[in-house]
Write a new protein. Sequence first.
Length: 230
Amino acid sequence: MEFKSMNLSENTPVIPEGDVEKVKCLIVGSGPAGYTAAIYAARANLNPVVIEGLQPGGQLTTTTEVDNFPGYPQGVTGPDMMADLKKQAERFGTDCRWGLVTAVDFSVYPHKVVVDEKKVIEAESVILATGATAKYLGFPTEEKYMGSGVSACATCDGFFYRGKDVAVVGGGDTAAEEATYLAGLCKKVYLIVRKPFLRASKAMQDRVFKTENIEVYSSTIPRNCMVMEW
Ligand SMILES: Cc1cc2nc3c(=O)[nH]c(=O)nc-3n(C[C@H](O)[C@H](O)[C@H](O)COP(=O)(O)OP(=O)(O)OC[C@H]3O[C@@H](n4cnc5c(N)ncnc54)[C@H](O)[C@@H]3O)c2cc1C
């Protein structure tokens, strides 16, 4: 997880002077994790405040169909689903606010959280739900084919690649896990590994090497990506 804009690692975070708001429960992030936490906290009378961050609704607002979330038999678009989650959290009294958490001081209690470098909130509890960001390779074509041949999530999109040949880039546990998952759906999985060896745990490597339709290309650096057939 990257705390991109939060100086969590600094020993002496800069806490501005001024009015301080006190809250029982502060939730940082408004993706599925943030709103789920808010629903539970609000129902426990903790009057949660959600600071939404630069991507209100989180990563799912960047996708079209979400088919694997229980409760939507016809599927749902990511933005609609996140609007529903927000409404549900607000129904129980969650206070959702625009803003970016720019510093925190967890060495004091109540914890201090700075929003947009100026507003200080003192919170009895803080839930960090700042999500994660997929590591892309940086090819211009990657963005072009995102959602129509390029994906950063096998369990989300693997279904669309049934019976096809796919490539997974990476040599760690995540890549090994995704390759093994896709091998159950796809005709062939090429695992492209930059180093001469896999970094994945021994157990994950064993699964990769025992799976007949996974072929490992080590010492191989991808230079571009193209979608041959869609
Ligand atoms: C294109 C795409 C398609 C996907 N499709 C699917 C799918 O079909 N099915 C599926 O199960 N999963 C899918 N995923 C994965 C899914 O989106 C993530 O697993 C999920 O969003 C993670 O939820 P989260 O709440 O942990 O974090 P995120 O959704 O990443 O939300 C993080 C939140 O934290 C906020 N934040 C970050 N830093 C700060 C800060 N300093 N201050 C305040 N707020 C901050 C952001 O603004 C954001 O609101 C997809 C992902 C992508 C990118």
